[in-house]
Write a protein that binds this ligand. Sequence first.
Ligand SMILES: Cc1cc2nc3c(=O)[nH]c(=O)nc-3n(C[C@H](O)[C@H](O)[C@H](O)COP(=O)(O)OP(=O)(O)OC[C@H]3O[C@@H](n4cnc5c(N)ncnc54)[C@H](O)[C@@H]3O)c2cc1C
Length: 392
Amino acid sequence: MAMILDKDVIVIGGGAAGLMCAIEAGKRGRSTLVLERSEKIGKKILISGGGRCNFTNRDASPRNFISENPHFCKSALARFTPQDFISLVEKHGIAYHEKKLGQLFCDQNSDKIIHLLEEECKVAKVEIRVNCSVSKIERNNHFKIHTDYGVLKSQSLVIATGGLSIPKMGATPFGYEIAKHFGLSVVPMRPALVPFTWNAQDSKIYNELAGVSLDAIVRCGNQEFQENILFTHKGLSGPAILQISTYWQNGHPIFIDLLPGKDVMDECVEARSRGIDLVRALSKHLPRRFVQNWCKQNVPAKPFSHCTGKDLKEISDHLHRWQVNPNGTEGYEKAEVTRGGVDTKEFSSQTMECKKVPALYFVGEVMDVTGHLGGYNFQWAWASGFTAGQVV
Ligand SMILES: Cc1cc2nc3c(=O)[nH]c(=O)nc-3n(C[C@H](O)[C@H](O)[C@H](O)COP(=O)(O)OP(=O)(O)OC[C@H]3O[C@@H](n4cnc5c(N)ncnc54)[C@H](O)[C@@H]3O)c2cc1C
């Protein structure tokens, strides 16, 4: 196959990280080409944040990221901060708002962010090819990339192919395969920011609660998150559940505090003395449909008036530490991100360049850096892409 194109930089993957890297490289005058396998760039940006793209988090800091090496993300996050991306959003006149907890969303559709990236690519003279699959990569004193468009040649190669979540949006294991091809180690992957599924027994009991949501603290190991949980037909979802799922391992229980910061012991005692039943008393704090169901499963089968102080204490403790044993998760079909990925020990945290293979870079979610829910994963994509873009 003829050598048809010679570029300074080729970026494989036209998502958040790849495009940011390409823009920065282009701004430095490097001839840059982005190869995207799908028919259009930035598909995940389009569906992100419920269609409004939670494009960053005002308070992003290294503690919002999980990695075998928690220090790795520090340098990139300091080089390109949430404020840097906010400035870009403002420069393009995109209206946005803070929803909660520092999470910034577009007022309108996520495609505004894609337009921003396209505009910046145009200015930086970045070329983009969609519907372009890569079959093979070779390395001599440059990279030879075999594609649908023939063999391309570049000095630097950036892998920005993202994680495994949402295969129908174009997610592929390509980045991990390339890593292995070049002898790089990969931290085992698993779906993260993903809903849990009930075990068979709980499914029968709690299925009828689909649609109920409530504020709770969800714990697993030494991690905890306080936000909403949502009952679904398959199990549990909602922000607190998605957050804890990133830390959960198969077979482990999670513990849910259904009444964070509330002591209902006194109220229960008073309700009992006034002949008010427990469901009514607890429904002041929790959705009635949930309380009815939960009490059926978790409260002694005797009249409330016969419950002793010890019984009430047990009920109260149970409400603060309800154990759920998920059967599993809804997997990559529903996961927002992939935990694990190409091991950060293979790279310089200052440049994202591979230590073993000079001029090979990895950026974004394909690496073993996973953000919490709330705009952090895009911040990592922007920051790692920006960092590599300064040197490729
Ligand atoms: C439903 C959903 C909602 C989300 N919402 C948010 C949110 O609001 N805020 C947030 O911070 N994060 C959110 N995320 C996570 C966020 O989208 C990702 O972490 C982020 O997109 C990662 O950027 P990336 O560039 O590394 O990878 P991606 O955005 O996944 O981009 C990778 C690109 O590479 C392409 N590609 C893959 N394989 C190949 C190949 N072999 N050849 C060429 N191209 C290839 C893909 O088609 C894709 O365009 C969400 C994720 C999902 C699934």
